[in-house]
Design a protein around this ligand. Structure first.
Ligand SMILES: NC(=O)c1ccc[n+]([C@@H]2O[C@H](COP(=O)([O-])OP(=O)(O)OC[C@H]3O[C@@H](n4cnc5c(N)ncnc54)[C@H](O)[C@@H]3O)[C@@H](O)[C@H]2O)c1
Length: 384
């Protein structure tokens, strides 16, 4: 089967590996030949780790394509549930890779959202100290963010607290194949959650050399088309985000750039607030929904610090609403509890949150030690 439109290819170059992100509609049937072309010898075996909730034909299309390229396939279906993105699931996956004697040059193919990509990527990073991983994202969030850049990870539970991505490895994929046809079965709520990351990218684009020009305006114009699942608009918005992320990770693969240089830390815009509210009892928020709220909180913090005007807060809230995302928490959330949780975020340096804060015109910067009153103003802006 031919792809429905000519795919877009965004090259990613990092010290840890160079690869293409191929974006288009109807690409899964070309997966096998594309993977085979990357192998040093014939493609004899691959492990296909897929989201168990994907429609049968999506999984079959990927499996058939890999088989047609000569590979024997081991299929592992996993449930995409944050509470199961843990050591036990990673261990199960490592047992499956070991049981089928996957060799060092034979790939793990991840077919699913960011959760499956993170788990499969982590297993591929540590199995035999690293086997190739191919990312085939099936959510908008994974297409625009999680599948690119090489971060993999699992959550660690301490008592009642699920600490997200506390363990992980950098492991760049050999190929990312984003087939927007797979978005056809993605529930609306998850499509909207992916838009939050697109909005985040648009809000930092002015501070990222190499990002597409006019990304904020173009993203604003694309939101309705994405919600209508127009394949061409989806390909466009994914390509802009991937181009931006490729530029960021090329210069700062491991998030070690100093604060003034921005680098990969800029991608955390909205995430320190977002992580604090994501697992708040009584909220039931998706990651992207929490990030959307985090973007509003971060813009409000900028305003409180005099770094931005009300126009920016209005712009961000307007984009979040246009994407159909919540712009306030459900009633009952407590500002103190959120501030407390922010102290536990990974992006905390020496006990103080390091916040990425947006400014006008799609620019953003890292702030090492924002005054608590400004942060509290940000939290108040999203209380129900
Ligand atoms: N590695 C990174 O750089 C990075 C970046 C952002 C987020 N993440 C991680 O990604 C995860 C969130 O990813 P996500 O939003 O893609 O969520 P997800 O993988 O949990 O998928 C969301 C839901 O959609 C379902 N689903 C996925 N694709 C589908 C499809 N095509 N049709 C029907 N249903 C489908 C899944 O079963 C699940 O219920 C989190 O664990 C987060 O930590 C990683």
């Amino acid at each position: 089967m031919l792809p429905l439109m000519h795919p877009r290819v965004v090259p990613v170059t990092t010290p840890g590996g160079a690869y293409d992100v191929v974006i288009g509609a109807g690409l899964l049937p070309s997966l096998g030949p594309r993977v085979a072309a990357l192998c040093p010898g014939p493609l004899t075996r691959a492990v296909l780790v897929h989201d168990a909730a994907l429609p049968g034909p999506t999984v079959a299309s990927a499996a058939e394509s890999l088989r047609s390229a000569g590979a024997r396939i081991e299929q592992v279906g996993l449930v995409a549930d944050e509470s199961r993105k843990d050591w036990a699931s990673a261990g199960e996956l490592l047992r499956a890779l070991t049981a089928c004697r996957l060799e060092r040059d034979q790939p793990v193919v991840a077919l699913g959202g960011g959760l499956i990509g993170d788990l499969a990527g982590f297993a591929a990073a540590v199995y035999r100290r690293g086997v190739p991983v191919i990312q085939c994202p099936t959510t908008l969030l994974a297409m625009v963010d999680a599948s690119v850049g090489g971060k993999t990870g699992v959550n660690v539970r301490i008592g009642e607290d699920l600490l997200k991505n506390m363990a992980g490895a950098f492991h760049q994929p050999r190929l990312v194949l984003a087939d927007v046809a797979t978005l056809g079965s993605l529930p609306d709520r998850h499509l909207r959650a992916g838009l939050a990351e697109c909005i985040k990218h648009a809000l930092i684009a002015g501070s990222v050399p190499g990002a597409p020009a006019g990304m904020l305006e173009r993203t604003r114009g694309a939101i309705a088309g994405v919600l209508a699942r127009d394949p061409g608009v989806c390909v466009d918005i994914i390509a802009w985000s991937v181009t931006l992320k490729a530029a960021v990770v090329a210069s700062d693969e491991r998030e070690t750039a100093p604060d003034h240089a921005g680098g990969r830390a800029l991608l955390n815009l909205g995430h320190t607030f977002g992580h604090a509210v994501e697992t708040l009892p009584g909220q039931d928020l998706l990651h992207g929904e929490a990030v959307g709220l985090g973007l509003i909180a971060a813009a409000t913090t900028s305003q409180a610090l005099g770094l931005a005007g009300t126009a920016l807060v209005d712009l961000v809230r307007g984009l979040i609403r246009a994407a159909g995302l919540p712009d306030r928490l459900a009633p009952g959330a407590d500002a103190g509890a959120i501030l407390d949780r922010m102290g536990h975020d990974k992006k905390v340096s020496a006990g103080r949150p390091r916040l990425v804060l947006p400014r006008e015109a799609g620019r953003a910067g890292v702030h090492a030690d924002p005054p608590v009153e400004a942060v509290r103003a940000g939290v108040r802006a999203i209380l129900g």
